[in-house]
Design a protein around this ligand. Structure first.
Ligand SMILES: [Zn+2]
Ligand SMILES: [Zn+2]
Length: 277
């Protein structure tokens, strides 16, 4: 299984040259196994994917973690959606009041977008997920609700004997500064348990997190402790704050790594990077 990071930035896209080392596009990753692929999240990173090299006869599956703008902003600009011959499936969290179709249509309709979701030429099929297990080709996909404002899923993808866990926006606990002592109370625990690769929210430094408890994001410290508790094989710090340029992010990361040691490798997400799992 191979993972390609097409968008790594949280909150909003940023084009400033000082942010291009780690990338300016918002979350989107592609999971590839032989000639099969999944797209997870449709931030602006999805726009840069070269879909012309895909087999147009193969179905395209797009999994959404949640509907915050940074995770769906590229959806209307994803070219295959406008190919009437393309089979497209969009998967995402069910809502407690409105169904996913209705919630997505709020964005994919005027005045925010010129075309209404139901009029999009490929007529994408919309599927709701919760605590679910599905199979898409060779990919075994597990999803579960995790802590973040609004209905939000994390994903675990198993394929070829390896696992990838993707939880881009996440606060593993609420109202306390340390992870719960009991594993079963830690949000996202089962998704990440003994995973080979964890791509996880790490937006803040520890002192920033103190001012933003309950906002639904993690510090590098909390993210690493979550990875440690779940016995993750390799960790990628994801969802970079667009207000922090790359120099700032690099220094914060180096300072964090100098003060801590973990028994698994940790790196900062870089847009465009391809990772073998
Ligand atoms: Zn986000
Ligand atoms: Zn979010």
């Amino acid at each position: 299984m191979k993972v390609i990071l097409h968008g790594t930035r949280g909150a909003y896209p940023t084009s400033t040259p000082a942010n291009q080392k780690y990338g300016g596009d918002t979350p989107c990753i592609e999971v590839v196994h032989e000639d099969e692929r999944l797209i997870i999240d449709a931030g602006t990173g999805i726009i840069g994917i070269d879909f012309d090299k895909y087999d147009p006869k193969k179905r395209l599956d797009i999994l959404l973690t949640h509907l915050h703008m940074d995770h769906i902003q590229g959806l209307g600009f994803c070219k295959p959606l406008f190919d009437p011959n393309r089979e497209i499936h969009i998967w995402g969290p069910g809502g407690s009041i409105y169904p996913l179709q209705t919630r997505l249509t709020r964005f994919l309709s005027p005045p925010l977008f010129p075309v209404i979701l139901r009029d999009i030429p490929s007529q994408p099929k919309i599927h709701e997920l919760g605590r679910s297990k599905i199979e898409i080709g060779s990919f075994k996909v597990s999803s579960a609700f995790i802590i973040h404002p609004g209905p939000t899923l994390g994903y675990r993808i198993a394929c070829g004997g390896k696992t990838l866990t993707y939880i881009p926006d996440h606060e593993p606990m609420i109202g306390q500064l340390e992870l719960y002592k009991e594993d079963q109370w830690i949000s996202g625990f089962d998704l990440a348990f003994e995973t080979d690769l964890l791509i996880h929210d790490s937006q803040y430094e520890s002192d920033e997190y103190m001012k933003k408890i309950g906002w639904g994001h993690s510090s590098m410290q909390i993210c690493s402790e979550f990875a440690s508790r779940t016995k993750t094989g390799r960790l990628i710090f994801f969802h970079h704050d667009p207000a922090h340029d790359d120099d700032y992010r690099t220094k914060a990361f180096e300072s964090f790594m100098a003060k801590n040691s973990f028994d698994f490798p940790i790196e900062l997400a870089v847009q465009g990077k391809e990772i073998e799992v």
